[in-house]
Design a protein around this ligand. Structure first.
Ligand code: FES
Ligand code: FES
Length: 159
């Protein structure tokens, strides 16, 4: 057992646990942040995507001990003061999902990508970020519309 301190969604957080446990289960079971989903458990479906120190990561392949001192953002950390983040709002506006189970992970990867490079072409963001997501529901044209919308909003200086 070890106490691991890190920043979670902008707040200092500490958990005392086995440091080899996966971030996914600490988020879901210990911290009640169930927006990060369990799909494959093998870093191949993208449903558990979170952002660690501004880079996309798979919570099912990250040990909690490895986030010590780092900053972790989950889907629950995107909305601020009751307002959805532009990526979340764009998914809602364009109905960029069907089952919705895969959506938090897609939103986190698109968020990370646009934060890093708000000038990236939406098609490039789609290709690079969503290739690793196993959503096969056919909502991709609407997801592309959502990325275009979010990209325009974030270029305008929205977080
Ligand atoms: S559950 Fe982590 S990538 Fe599928
Ligand atoms: S949103 Fe779940 S399969 Fe597409």
């Amino acid at each position: 057992m070890r106490t691991i301190s890190f920043t979670l969604n902008g707040r200092p957080t500490a958990v005392t646990t086995d440091e080899t446990r996966l971030l996914l289960w600490v988020l879901r079971d210990d911290l009640n942040l169930t927006g990060t989903k369990y799909g494959c458990g093998q870093a191949t479906c993208g449903s558990c995507a979170v952002v660690i120190d501004k880079a996309s990561a798979r919570a099912c392949a990250t040990r909690i001990g490895d986030v010590a001192g780092k900053s972790v953002t989950t889907i629950e950390g995107l909305a601020q003061n009751g307002r959805l983040h532009p990526v979340q709002q764009a998914f809602l506006d364009h109905a960029g999902y069907q089952c919705g189970f895969c959506t938090p992970g897609m939103i986190m990867d698109i968020y990370a990508s646009l934060e890093k490079n708000p000038s990236a072409a939406p098609e490039q963001v789609m290709r690079e970020e969503l290739e690793s997501h196993l959503c096969r529901c056919g909502a991709h044209p609407r997801i592309l519309d959502a990325v275009k919308s979010a990209s325009a909003a974030m270029k305008g200086g929205v977080r």
